[in-house]
Design a protein around this ligand. Structure first.
Ligand code: NAI
Ligand code: MG
Length: 352
């Protein structure tokens, strides 16, 4: 296996946590005899400071030439007075757009060792393992027309999908479900929205091509409740953009800490991998950030860009083991426990 990986660590805790993810990637390459070419480029606030723009041309072209991009996080308090198009976050949005991924994968799972970190009861979340497939380039966030018309005191956005946009993201979801527990829950609001009727009809039409996968449909409001009541009943959840944004954040409470959650955006020219959390300015530079979200993101990179399922699972198992042994970073500790540093946690996973 040969993989060209571009690391854009970004701001705040971004470099701290991606440093640990890269440590793991390097050791996977060494153990497996794989050829990983890992290089780095600037994005976000650090790119603004050094190059005057949040996404330098050199970063964009390096990203487009790589097999996978691993991002830390962007943003910092010192940039908060800039207009949105000049801020660090603009660099990430431009990068996402240029890479063109339309399927955002966000797992939500319970770690037995962290069950007391979730506000949900342990017996409810035990064994929960959900993979959200959220459509990322369509729907209300991009649909035209959109406007706030101050003169008429009204505003509108447009939820629009084409059949092809639904087909391509639904195929990703069916395929992932067929490699997991073979259940796909498609989420819509087909009792009210025409877009959802197109969504449901299109997903239903594809189902016979994936005979091994059981398809069910849920209305988004009911789904929001079922996710908290019976999270174990879900395997892969397919949603349009807005519904997926909301439901995947809601389901983050199953895991218990933002610092644990990975994500991948696939289907475009180059896949983009990033932990769900931001740059965490409140703890940046202290070496106390939780690197496990970034490390699990590296596992997703190996799975989806390297086709290295065994190695991905080995990393996930190592993370589980380290947590079961009681090791915790500051965001996970309970009263009386001593937290590990970012590097100590990274090294423990590396050794496991
Ligand atoms: P945040 O995710 O950076 O932090 C929220 C809270 O969670 C903070 O208390 C932080 O200390 C904690 N936290 C986050 N990740 C952690 C980790 N790995 N270990 C331990 N604790 C962790 O979100 P916030 O504060 O809303 O945003 C801060 C900056 O990050 C802003 O500039 C925002 O725009 C940016 N941001 C960037 C994202 C990205 O690059 N993909 C995503 C979200 C926010
Ligand atoms: Mg969100």
């Amino acid at each position: 296996t040969k993989l060209k990986i571009l690391v854009v660590a970004g701001d705040g805790i971004g470099p701290e946590v991606t440093g640990e993810a890269v440590r793991i990637l390097r050791s996977v390459a060494e153990l497996g005899g794989y050829d990983f070419q890992i290089s780095e480029a600037l994005i976000g606030g650090v790119a603004i400071k050094q190059q005057g723009t949040p996404l330098p041309a050199a970063t964009l072209s390096a990203a487009l030439e790589s097999d996978a991009v691993l991002l830390g996080a962007v943003g910092g308090n010192e940039f908060n007075s800039l207009t949105p198009d000049k801020r660090p976050e603009a660099g990430l949005l431009q990068l996402r757009q240029a890479l063109g991924g339309f399927a955002n994968l966000r797992p939500a799972f319970a770690f037995p060792a962290l069950s007391s970190n979730s506000p949900l009861r342990p017996e409810v979340i035990e064994g929960a393992d959900i993979l959200f497939v959220r459509e990322l380039l369509g729907g209300l966030y991009f649909g035209e027309p959109r406007q706030w018309d101050r003169a008429s005191n009204s505003a509108w956005n447009t939820m629009r999908y084409t059949r092809d946009e639904v087909v391509r993201v639904a195929r990703v979801a069916f395929e992932l479900a067929s490699m997991r527990r073979k259940k796909l829950t498609s989420v819509d609001k087909a009792n009210v929205l025409e877009v959802s009727q197109l969504w449901r009809a299109t997903v239903t039409e594809l189902a016979p091509q994936y005979p091994g996968v059981t398809l069910e449909h849920q209305y988004v409001d009911a789904c929001a409740m079922h996710l908290m009541n019976t999270p174990r009943n879900f395997d892969v959840v397919l949603t349009e953009n807005l519904f997926g944004d909301i439901l995947s954040d809601e389901s983050a409470v199953i895991t218990g800490s933002l610092g644990m959650l990975p994500s991948a955006t696939i289907g475009g020219k180059v896949n983009l991998y990033e932990p769900v959390h931001g740059s965490a300015p409140d703890i940046a530079g202290k070496g106390i950030a939780n690197p496990l979200g970034a490390i699990l993101t590296a596992a997703m990179l190996l799975r989806h860009s390297g086709n290295l399922e065994q190695e991905a699972q080995a990393i996930e198992t190592a993370v589980r083991k380290v947590l079961e042994q009681g090791h915790r970073t500051a965001d996970l500790v309970r009263a009386g426990e001593t937290p590990l540093s970012t590097q100590e946690m990274g090294k423990l996973v590396h050794q496991s």
